[in-house]
Write a protein that binds this ligand. Structure first.
Ligand SMILES: [Zn+2]
Length: 506
């Protein structure tokens, strides 16, 4: 036999596609050609696979070898094809019987010594195996727990190419994959252990209920990042499809927690202000690594000390904020990852970062304006809520420490408010107040009575609020009404919304 075919999986974004790996041997000078849109990693695969085969005690055929990956139109990235290529070549040479691999999918990168190394993205790959009606997959031992998350697929785990070859030639059974560990309960930060912060808490609750982006201004030590990292704790758990998407992105990044369970909590990412564009939006060689903005998909992205981020890094957020996904340029084509995030910007009011009222701060009003001005334009424009938080006072610390409302209580109100918004807007194809276009809220049947929005109009006429700001106040007012169980926002809701929008809230 001089031809063989096995199955593997390639990823396009977070979606896996089954790929056929064909090997053909022909007489002639010993060469290896790989066709079917390979990237550079696949060219390297040629040398890696040959070494792995020889070091596993098998004979590499010294003939003209052609390896073809189908469908040719599918971009193929990464090193997960190694194992399939090695088996296809050995099969075509008659070195291994491939009958036991009928309908089996092979995943794995090979080390030069023949070890089978874990691949990034095993979870969405095995999901593709299940989706295409295949029921068995051979994965690297290090990916077995992750692969086991997909129901309906039988997982075999291998540590070495030799182990797989022994199974095929001598029927030595493959070891059972490791059992998934029981879920660890990593404690998530809870609002209960946050003292004071009345306004900050309220802003957080409104942001969570309406899906609004949030800006927290305040001096160092005011608790901005403590508030922000508690936002996921009041958001609803992820539904199945979102949990699968989020877990797949972490799998592709190689950052999956070892428990072998879907990520159900909305993720939280807080990249440092020295982060590069590719750390934020993704990139790298081979299979593109999702950046912080995709790892925060369906969760929260905090930019702490936001004005300190590089201008080009902040600009790179424009696309994901607008479209909910990032598009990364690759050597061939592009890779797209979802990136629907709730953004939290935290900033000191002043470039010297001294507490407010500190006498040693000699920043001019102009310097302060310029500092925050770095955020304006693409970013601050999209942020519905802007509030100033103050350091907790001693009185609050002693009084409220006992009575700090826990996240679960807030999360229940948030869930009710979100359900109200879904019911109201789903016929318009929207799911949250933050997604609502201004014109819809300004026209019947959603237009609010003139008496209720009198102050809002006056601010627009005075120029103390932009047209865009006007719409943002309306969105916030709907969220506040949803939280309080009112059918429509009233004048009081509008007033609170103005405060949350303009930072005048106290
Ligand atoms: Zn200053």
């Amino acid at each position: 036999m001089s031809y063989a075919r096995v199955r593997c999986v390639g990823l396009v974004g977070v979606t896996g596609h089954v790929v056929q790996v064909e090997a053909d041997l022909a007489p002639g000078l010993p060469t290896v050609a790989i066709t079917g849109l390979p990237d550079t990693a696949l060219h390297e695969a040629r040398d890696r696979v040959r070494a792995a085969v020889v070091n596993s005690g098998r004979v590499w055929p010294n003939r003209r070898i052609t390896i073809n990956l189908l469908p040719a139109t599918l971009p193929k990235q990464g090193s997960g094809f190694d194992l399939a290529i090695a088996v296809a070549v050995l099969g075509s040479a008659g070195e291994l019987p491939l009958a036991p691999l009928d309908q089996v999918v092979l995943l794995g990168e090979l080390g030069l010594d023949g070890t089978v190394r874990p691949v990034r993205g095993a979870l969405p790959m095995v999901a593709a195996v299940a989706r295409t009606g295949h029921h068995r997959v051979i994965v690297p031992f290090g990916n077995a727990t992750e692969a086991g998350m997909i129901p309906g697929v039988r997982i075999h785990a291998v540590r070495t190419l030799r182990q797989l070859a022994d199974f095929l030639t001598d029927g030595i059974p493959l070891p059972d994959p490791p059992q998934a560990a029981s879920a660890s309960c990593t404690p998530t930060p809870d609002l209960a252990d946050l003292a004071g912060q009345g306004l900050g808490r309220r802003a957080l609750e409104v942001a969570a209920a309406g899906g609004h982006h949030l800006a927290l201004l305040g001096p160092p030590g005011a608790g901005k990042s403590m508030l922000a990292e508690r936002l996921p704790s009041v958001l609803p758990e992820l539904p199945d499809d979102a949990a699968m998407e989020v877990t797949s992105l972490h799998s592709i990044a190689g950052l999956l927690p070892p428990e072998g369970q879907l990520i159900r909590r909305p993720p939280f990412q807080a990249p440092h202000h020295t982060a590069t564009v590719s750390a934020l939006i993704g990139g790298g060689t081979g299979l593109a690594r999702p950046g912080a903005v995709s790892l925060a998909h369906r969760g929260v992205l905090l930019l702490d000390e936001a004005p300190e981020f590089n201008r080009n890094v902040l600009d790179a957020l424009r696309q994901p904020l607008e479209h909910g996904r990032v598009r990364l340029a690759r050597s061939r084509g592009t890779a797209e990852y979802p990136a629907r995030i709730q953004l939290v910007l935290a900033a000191n009011p002043c470039p010297c970062a001294k507490p407010s009222g500190d006498v040693s701060c000699d920043c001019t009003p102009l310097a302060r304006r310029r500092y925050l001005g770095r955020l304006s334009g693409p970013l601050l424009d999209r942020v519905d809520i802007q509030v100033t938080v103050r350091p907790v006072r001693a009185a609050e610390l002693t009084e409220e420490f006992a009575g700090g409302e826990p996240s679960a209580v807030v999360a229940a109100r948030v869930a009710t408010a979100r359900a109200a918004a879904v019911e109201r807007w789903s016929s318009l194809g929207r799911r949250s107040n933050a997604e609502m276009p201004g014109p819809v809220l300004r026209r019947p049947p959603w237009r609010l009575p003139g008496t209720d929005i009198r102050e809002l109009r006056a601010r627009l006429d005075r120029g103390s609020l932009s047209a865009r700001g006007f719409d943002r106040v309306l969105r916030l007012a709907w969220t506040i009404a949803d939280l309080d169980g009112r059918e429509r926002p009233d004048a009081e809701d509008i007033r609170e919304a103005i405060g949350l929008r303009t930072g005048e809230a106290l």
